[in-house]
Ligand binder design. Structure first.
Ligand code: PMP
Length: 419
């Protein structure tokens, strides 16, 4: 660990929660340099939905490199990009009756968010954007302005401009429909909240604590946007790519967003991000929004392989739902075993959160690491243990991981005297 402490910036984060030097990984298992094994319930924060070194993806990448396929190409046409575009159109968009143009942005989620916000402002000629409490959209300045958590924000960054934060589904309690609240603000010229170019939202807030927006709320949000001529941007960076049981997380609500940001697992584990937009919104001039790393051709090969391998039939999506049901059942059982500790279990598909009081969530994650598991926290106070295994995880490994968590929860509750 010495070189990391000596040379790497203090900004390093996950290395502190998971202090090991990791070496190799396969599927949902990671091994450190001493050969210790860890079950991965973190999946690169949603980047490794198809597991570490997925065999189909690795094989395609090796073959591509061996034939000296183009690796970097800015936004030039390549065979790899063509393969991705064809797979995405035929296997993802067309069967869902979605008509989107695809923009390749810089290869991280925040690049896609920046692009969406810029385009929305350009098209609507309005500077304001609305986001939601506990939302997370990235940490470059535009995306940061629509990210809620004040741990990341500082007045001095000047990154609070042209964005308003309004209450997400459930933020004001179960009795208050926050869409009514939003509609009131946006239709009253004296509310102090300007009608925005766009509203950006996650259907399930990942970093914010696994807060699931209801289908009804999402439909009402879409209607509000239509009524008031506001663009609806779904940030599907963490919840897309099958995480919630469908390829796009908004499919469950039957809505059609104007733009969708997609990153993380789209590149099959390699850096890649895209923005989907309704064709009328594609008002860019050639080269107007550019970037050196929009042509990560290795990611295109990985992405096309992932789509071809997992999305041509509904078998994979069904498996996600089946394993998600196991996660839900086990987590509800774990929570119910400790009736004296106020907890909450929430999620959909294969993303679940276990909220625990008084710092217990952090203790569970730390204890789990000692027992050979990588699992992270979510929520504004790190109060939620976040279950985000690879979608490809074997049932046996999934159950093994859940059993370790069950033990950890019992141990930390006993240690803390059941508070
Ligand atoms: N949006 C969402 C919903 C995210 O979860 C994240 C990353 N956690 C981002 C945007 C930013 O992505 P990146 O870290 O790749 O910039």
């Amino acid at each position: 660990m010495r070189i990391f402490e000596e040379l790497e910036s203090k900004v390093r984060g996950y290395i502190r929660a998971f202090p090991a030097v990791f070496d190799v990984a396969k599927g949902s298992e990671i091994f450190d340099e001493q050969g210790n094994r860890y079950i991965d319930f973190f999946a690169g924060a949603g980047t490794l939905n198809y597991g570490h070194n997925n065999p189909a993806i690795s094989e395609a990448l090796i073959t591509y490199l061996q034939r000296d396929g183009i690796v970097h190409a800015l936004d030039k046409a390549t065979v790899a990009k063509q393969a991705f575009l064809e797979s995405f159109r035929d296997t993802i968009l067309a069967p869902r009756n979605l008509d989107y143009k695809i923009q390749f942005t810089g290869p991280t989620g925040t690049n896609s968010v920046e692009t969406a916000l810029k385009l929305a402002r350009m098209v609507k000629r309005r500077s304001n954007v609305i986001a939601f409490t506990n939302g997370y959209h990235g940490l470059t300045m535009g995306a940061l302005a629509v990210t809620g958590n004040d741990f990341y924000r500082d007045e001095s960054y000047g990154a609070r401009n042209n964005a308003d934060s309004l209450p997400f589904d459930g933020y004001l309690g179960t009795d208050i429909n926050t869409i009514d609240y939003l509609r009131k603000f946006l239709t009253d010229g004296s509310s102090g909240v300007d009608v925005p170019a766009a509203i950006i939202v996650e259907t399930v807030q990942g970093e914010g604590g696994i807060n699931v927006a209801s289908d009804e709320w999402l439909r009402e949000l879409e209607k509000l946007c239509r009524d008031l001529d506001i663009l609806l941007i779904i940030d599907d960076i963490q919840m897309g790519n099958g995480r919630t049981g469908t390829f796009f997380s908004f499919e469950r609500a039957g809505i059609k967003p104007d733009m969708v940001t997609v990153s993380k697992s789209i590149g099959g584990g390699l850096p890649m991000a895209i923005l989907l937009m309704r064709p009328e919104l594609d008002q860019w001039k050639p080269g107007e929004h550019t970037g050196t790393f929009r042509g990560n051709n290795l990611a295109f090969i990985a992405a096309a392989t992932a789509i071809d391998t997992y999305w041509r039939t509904d078998t994979f999506a069904k498996e996600v739902k089946r394993k998600g049901a196991i996660m839900e059942e086990e987590l509800r059982r774990i929570a119910a075993a400790h009736p004296d500790v106020p907890s909450d279990v929430r999620g959909v598909g294969m993303v679940w959160g276990l909220e625990l009081p008084n710092g217990l969530a952090g203790q569970v994650s730390a204890r789990a690491f000692e027992k050979g598991m990588v699992i992270e926290l979510a929520g504004s106070r790190d109060q939620v243990v976040k279950f985000l295994p690879a979608l490809t995880i074997e049932e046996e490994l999934l159950r093994e991981g859940l059993a370790i968590i069950e033990q950890c929860v019992s141990e930390v509750i006993v240690k803390e005297g059941g508070r």
